[in-house]
Write a protein that binds this ligand. Structure first.
Ligand code: WT7
Length: 678
């Protein structure tokens, strides 16, 4: 082992589930060689209405040349995820345990909910959905802030076999419309509005625009259920029970909520007189649990579909081992539920383990830059899971805001969404973890459903910036361009040759695309789209995307989707987008734009384009630079040479071989045209 590895804190602390690399290797070996045995020993802890068959536990085909790609776990078994998350825990005597501590944007605004109460609310909302005609297999779109109601909605869907399709509430109305039309949802569940920091976001107005736009795609949403969220703080000051109170408002902040009678209804009105019990619908292990859109390199979002049984056991198992969660711990994941991290590690994984977690609605900077640390102190958080972009942003304020709070309860610190640079890793390790916490740099994707490469606290010696080793059931392989396996030290395409229970099963309504995006480059392998390097100790280092995808603050997007927005502008002839390293966001968007003949490139055009991208995709996709490109560097066959544009973006004149370009002079012109003179 090289000297720069950090030993895990739990090494001496006793009590971690996996205590040595030897034990890890043994368990991993079993999970690969005897997957049915390994996973059935875990599955036995859950309730199966119809039991699974250990002899037919998993079947799959990864090789497109041999027939359709398929992945099936525990086919034939039936269960209900909501039952396993709530009823089972309540029956095991955990009814009064806190499932979630909810912390609002305003520090004065907080509440909590026990397992028993959560079950009741979920049953009531399941009955509301039923009353709106929702049955097993129907899609329910969700566009909501970080509230308890979003969790209640997800689990109510799971209870009746409906498929939730959450759209992160930072997406634009265009993005929401496209996704609702694609999944043909029967209901949209949303909220009136929300404060993020001191900014008020009118969510319902945005939903109205999106529901109108969805009609242009040929889909009409018959029902929209709206949580009255904004005046919660005022209500809780006036009543004893702060949540879901439908009366006693002294302040009416709702006169301006846009409303369509017949379609729109208030959550609290619907919840008022429904039964707090609802029998779960037993669904088959391979029935869909949810879908979630992720960016595709051709621009159109992909509806990643996850199913029931495999996802349940995988989310539960990764949560338990990767965060080393023990009863009594308080866990906090800062991710928004609108992303896969929120699905697997705010909702499904923690509840499957009967955990108590924090859900936070606000931002790390409000009311001041110590907010995260104050929440860790307030709830005595033991596992904290966040993104490198947040760590980098908070690092800028130094240690002062951190020192004000007691972070002694922390044991495990997680990182997710993008590679974490060693500088941020070390800051996290030293100043947040005080050099006694394990850091879990978890590599995974919307498609993988859960962590696939990650250290285990108390077990894996850590190297800053390395996601280290595969989780149980995962067999990572590095391939070179010709598809040959790179054994030992080397760098290549990161692929997997076996399914694990939590991986996606298809892209909603488009199995062809599923096969072509993930399984066609190297038949027999699931292709992550990332590159990775294996070092002399066998550690894996994810090096980033190998396709035309960008990762801005942990949000994945494709160059094609941004380019298509830019070229929609009437004055734009062509556009090319590349990523440029950014000190906080990790990567940012650097756009090259060629205006139509005779149209000048003006600051006005530039700011219109920034605004257009922001409004069409979402604020997180806002370009950092729009540069005038009199022409783009294209090969004779017309392919844009993006590596040259990436060099221009960082002002590095070492562009390499450009002899295949149709016009080499354009490169010099682009360097001269850089808006920043550095
Ligand atoms: C892409 C997946 C996983 C949930 C959040 C993002 C990048 C993610 C890491 C990490 C290096 C990482 C990859 C991956 N990524 N985690 N620990 N180290 N890269 O989900 O939006 O589906 O994005 O995020 O490029 O392919 P996603």
């Amino acid at each position: 082992m090289s000297k720069n590895a950090y030993l895990p804190y739990y090494k001496t602390a006793e009590g971690a589930y996996v205590r040595s690399m030897e034990q890890y290797r043994e368990m991993h070996k079993k999970s690969i060689e005897l997957p049915a045995q390994f996973w059935s020993e875990i599955a036995v802890q859950f309730h199966w209405e119809t039991p699974y068959d250990v002899d037919n536990f998993c079947s799959y085909n990864f090789d497109v040349t041999r027939g359709p790609v398929k992945v099936k776990w525990m086919e034939g078994a039936t269960t209900n995820v909501c039952y396993n998350l709530l009823d089972k825990n309540v029956r095991n005597g955990m009814g009064d345990k806190v499932a979630f501590y909810w912390e609002g944007n305003d520090p004065e605004d907080y509440s909590k909910i026990t397992y028993k109460k959560l079950l009741e609310e979920v049953c009531r909302f399941a009955n509301v959905l039923k009353s709106k005609g929702i049955v097993k297999g129907d899609r329910v779109a969700i566009y909501m802030p970080m509230t308890l109601e979003i969790v209640i909605t997800m689990l109510a869907c799971a209870r009746i076999g409906a498929v939730h399709s959450i759209v992160f509430a930072g997406f634009s109305s265009d993005s929401l419309a496209e996704r609702m039309a694609d999944c043909k949802c029967k209901v949209l569940v949303t909220a009136d509005s929300v404060y993020r920091g001191d900014k008020l976001l009118n969510i319902k107005s945005l939903c109205d625009i999106a529901m109108d736009k969805a009609k242009n795609f040929g889909h009409e949403i018959p029902t929209c259920i709206v949580v009255r969220h904004l005046p919660r703080l005022y209500r809780s000051m006036n009543t004893t029970n702060g949540t879901n109170g439908s009366d006693s408002d002294t302040i009416d902040l709702h006169s301006d909520v846009p409303w369509t009678d017949g379609r729109d209804c208030w959550w609290h009105d619907e919840m008022d007189d429904v039964e707090p019990a609802c029998y779960p619908v037993w669904v088959s292990a391979e029935d869909p649990l949810f879908m979630l859109y992720t960016s595709g390199s051709t621009g159109k979002p992909k509806g990643v579909l996850h199913t029931t049984g495999g996802y349940l056991i995988y989310a539960a198992t990764t949560f338990k081992y990767v965060f080393d969660y023990h009863p009594g711990d308080v866990y906090w994941c800062t991710a928004d539920i609108g992303w896969i991290t929120g699905h697997s590690y705010v909702v499904y994984g923690p509840l499957a383990n009967g955990a108590s977690s924090v859900i936070f609605e606000g931002t790390p900077f409000y009311p001041d830059n110590g907010r995260y640390w104050s929440i860790i102190e307030k709830y005595k958080v033991s596992q904290f899971y966040t993104a490198p972009t947040a760590i980098r942003a908070l690092m800028k304020f130094g240690e002062e805001p951190v020192k004000k709070y007691n972070l002694d309860t922390l044991k495990v610190l997680g990182s997710v969404g993008e590679p974490i640079n060693p500088e941020a890793w070390l800051w996290y390790y030293k100043h947040i973890g005080k050099e006694r916490c394990s850091i879990a740099d978890t590599f995974w994707q919307t498609e993988t459903g859960g962590h696939v490469i990650t250290p285990l606290p108390g077990c894996t010696p850590m190297k800053p910036g390395s996601a280290t080793f595969p989780f149980f059931g995962v067999n990572p392989i590095l391939l070179d361009e010709s598809g040959k396996e790179i054994k030992g030290v080397g760098e290549g395409y990161l692929v997997f040759n076996k399914p694990w229970p939590g991986m996606m099963r298809t892209l909603f309504g488009n199995h062809e695309r599923y096969q072509s995006v993930y399984f066609s480059k190297f038949p027999g392998y699931y292709c992550t789209g990332d590159g990775a390097r294996r070092d002399e100790d066998g550690y894996l280092w994810v090096t980033g995307r190998v396709d035309d995808m960008l990762n801005v603050s942990g949000h994945l997007m494709s160059t094609a989707e941004v380019e298509s927005v830019l070229t929609e502008h009437p004055d734009v002839s062509e556009a090319a987008v590349v990523s440029r390293p950014h000190s906080i966001k990790g990567e940012c968007l650097y756009c090259f734009v060629t205006p139509n003949n005779g149209i000048p490139f003006t600051p006005k055009l530039s700011s219109e384009l920034v605004k257009k991208v922001r409004e069409t995709i979402g604020p997180f996709a806002m370009p950092d630079v729009i540069q005038h490109a009199p022409g783009l560097p294209k090969t004779r066959s017309g392919k844009i040479m993006r590596r040259v544009l990436r060099k221009v973006a960082v002002n590095d004149r070492d562009v390499g071989d450009i002899s295949t370009l149709a016009d080499e002079h354009i490169v010099e012109e682009l360097f001269n045209n850089r808006p920043e003179k550095t």
